[in-house]
Each structure stands twice: as C-alpha cells, then as structure tokens.
Write a protein of this length. Structure first.
Length: 381
C-alpha cells in the first residue's frame, strides 16, 4: 500500500478561502493528510479549525516557531508544511520550517523581496528540501499542453507575447475588498506593491512556464487609479526577453466586469497559441496557413506529459481546484521519490522556489522602472 504523507498548515483558519482551497486540492488524490497546524493568531480560532479538521489538539500549536521546532523533532513529524498567510509573513515562516528540515509549499509571491526569496532558495538547496510555490494556474492540463507544444517546436521560435490578468474587485473608492484586500492595499504588509504582486506575478509565471523565456529587462508603468489608494492597482509592462523576443503584460484590479481573466497569447515563427484561464478546458493553436485548431482537455491531441494530469473525461469540466491539486500531485510524488531514493530533477513538474525568485526579480525591476519615470531596467537572475 502506497505511503500517505502528512502535512501541516500555517494560516487557513475560520473564514479562510485560500487555506480551505489548499486542503481540498491536496485531498483530491488522497496522498496526504493534514495532522498539524497553526491556523490563526488566535489560539481559540486555531483550536476551532483543528477540531473541525479532526486534528489532535496537541499538534495545534501556539505559533509557527513552536510548530516547526516540535514537528521537526518528532519521529512522525510532518512531511511538508503549507503556508497560506499574508505575503509579508512568508519569509520568516518558510525559513523556520526549512531550518527544521521540513519541505515547504507556499502561496505566491513567495516573499516580499528578491533578497528574501533568494535566501530561501539557497537554504532549501543547502538542506536538500523541496519547495513548491503555488502558481495555481500552471496546474491546468491545457497550460501544461501549451508548454509541451512550445517546447517541442510546434509554433517555432517565440517572437512576441501578449499576456494580461484583469480583475475588477478593487475598482471602487472606499472599498478595499474586505479582509482579502485590506492587507494587499497596505504597503507595510504587501511589500510595496499591490496589483503587480498579486496578479502581475501570475502573468510573469504563466509566460515563463509556457515559453521557457527568461526576461532580460522591463519598462513598467504602475498606476494608482482609485482615489485614496497608495499602491498600484493597474500595471502595464513592456518586456524584452534574453532571446530578443518581446512582450506586453497588463494586470489590473480596476477592470470592472473582469473576474480572473488571465489570458496568454504566444506568437511564434510557425504559429500561435492562445490560452484563457476562464476557459481552461481548451487551447487554441493557429498554424501558418491560418488553420485554427482547438485542443480540448481529455482528447488525444493533448501530449501525455499534460494528459496524465486529467482527472475527468472530456466534457466534465475541470477547474482551479484540480489545477492546484495537480501541482500538489507532482510535489507529493517528488517528496515520496526523495524519501525512496529515486528522486531526480526531471520529476519536478510544479513551480519551484526558483520560479518564486524570478517573480520577485520581475516585481522589483518593474517597481524600479516605474519609480524612475518608466525607463528600461535589467532583471536580476
């Protein structure tokens, strides 16, 4: 019988959308169960969540430092931790668990600075630990399909990319979107950016994952549109890649009528790929003669490297939870392989801490560009 891993969670207490989503996504495959956590800064609320999840109250800790120390010392300690707290807390929490010898899964952006993210990358490598950053959209079968088609040369050399992620939930004055928006709009808790950190990093990661392109430099305009705001809520970025290809990225929280409209258009020398997150059951490929093919998840046109993540037959819609579950499927598989002595880098099929580092390098270069009057700035690698 295959081993079932155990995990703990920091964050995800009463009323948490993202914590509950991670737990549901992990549960899809039944390969890991939650046994420990610090779910809230309130011990009462944390114990409430532990009881709801049937977790022994002795493994519901007062804070993440106690949890990391005690779980790291247990013979039956957790195999990985899931960090679903606001951005500004990620660095300290992840560092504590890495130092305790525990694999980490963390929401994006992984920290609020490039230097912090790079330090976590170095620490994970030094400790020989695995680190997942949950850029959830790249778990979609069709996103993985696009990645494989581009990798094998179906659309030739990538020439230019148009990518966007508009939302409309923070479009109104005197409305900061409740608890979820409050810390995002606070410069003391968001790392000095709002929209670009929340949405722009998804754009950067989607393009990087699908195309394999590395950004050389950026020119960014980061606007504060809604009166009373301090941080950006609408961003436009010109991108130049190391290959000489170009891109335009747009992210916005003031696009009324848009929900989670992540869209990527990739134009190559032999064809085009179009992908839209809100219609993630299909991928559009346009050939040089103008032929338009729509590849549907669940059918034979999807390469096996992507098709293996499908959970339902064609026509039975898969969505965001399944995409997150696919990232965890690979992450958990890699932990098991690591423990069994069969791990190789080729097994990794999820966004690693390196992707998290690249996201923060992108953010900091954009911020520098915008503050300097919209000039070209090189991206750190």
């Amino acid at each position: 019988m295959a081993k079932v891993l155990t995990y703990g969670m920091v964050g995800g207490g009463p009323g948490s959308f993202i914590g509950d989503a991670h737990r549901r996504a992990i549960a899809l495959d039944g390969k890991a169960k939650i046994v420990a956590g610090v779910f809230s800064s309130s011990q009462e609320k944390s114990l409430q969540t532990a009881a709801e999840l049937h977790i022994d109250k002795t493994r519901c800790y007062r804070d993440y430092l106690e949890m990391a120390e005690k779980e790291g010392a247990r013979a039956d300690g957790i195999d990985f931790v899931v960090v679903v707290t606001p951005n500004f807390t990620h660095y300290d929490i992840c560092k504590a668990f890495l130092n305790a010898g525990i694999n980490v899964a963390c929401d994006k952006p992984v920290t609020t600075s490039y230097a912090q993210a790079k330090e976590l990358q170095n620490l994970a490598e030094e400790k020989g630990l695995l680190f997942l950053v949950t850029y959830t959209y790249m778990g979609h079968v069709t996103a993985k399909c696009a990645q494989e088609l581009i990798r094998r040369g179906d659309i030739g050399e990538v020439r230019t990319v148009m990518a966007e992620y508009p939302q409309g939930w923070l479009a109104f004055e005197d409305d900061i979107g409740g608890k979820q928006g409050e810390w995002r709009c606070d410069p003391n808790r968001s790392g000095g950016v709002n929209c670009l950190g929340d949405l722009g990093t998804h754009v950067e990661n989607a393009v990087a994952t699908m195309t394999g392109l590395k950004i050389k430099r950026v020119l960014a305009r980061m606007d504060v549109v809604v009166p009373g705001r301090v941080l950006d809520d609408n961003d436009a970025v010109l991108v130049e890649y190391e290959t000489g290809a170009t891109g335009i990225y747009w992210s916005s929280q003031v696009a009324i009528g848009s929900d989670n409209s992540l869209r990527v258009r990739i134009y190559g020398s032999k064809g085009t790929i179009l992908w839209f997150q809100e219609e993630s059951e299909k991928l559009t490929v346009i050939d040089t003669d103008g032929t338009i093919r729509t590849i549907h998840r669940g059918y034979g046109d999807v390469p096996e490297s992507a098709a293996k993540y499908g959970r339902l037959p064609a026509g039975h819609t898969e969505g965001w939870l399944e995409a997150m579950g696919n990232l965890y499927r690979s992450f958990i598989g890699c932990i098991l392989a690591h423990e069994g002595g069969t791990f190789t880098e080729a097994l990794i099929d999820y966004p690693t801490i390196e992707a998290g580092v690249e996201g923060l390098a992108f953010v900091e270069a954009c911020l520098e560009s915008s503050q300097a009057g919209n000039v070209w700035v090189n991206v750190q690698h």
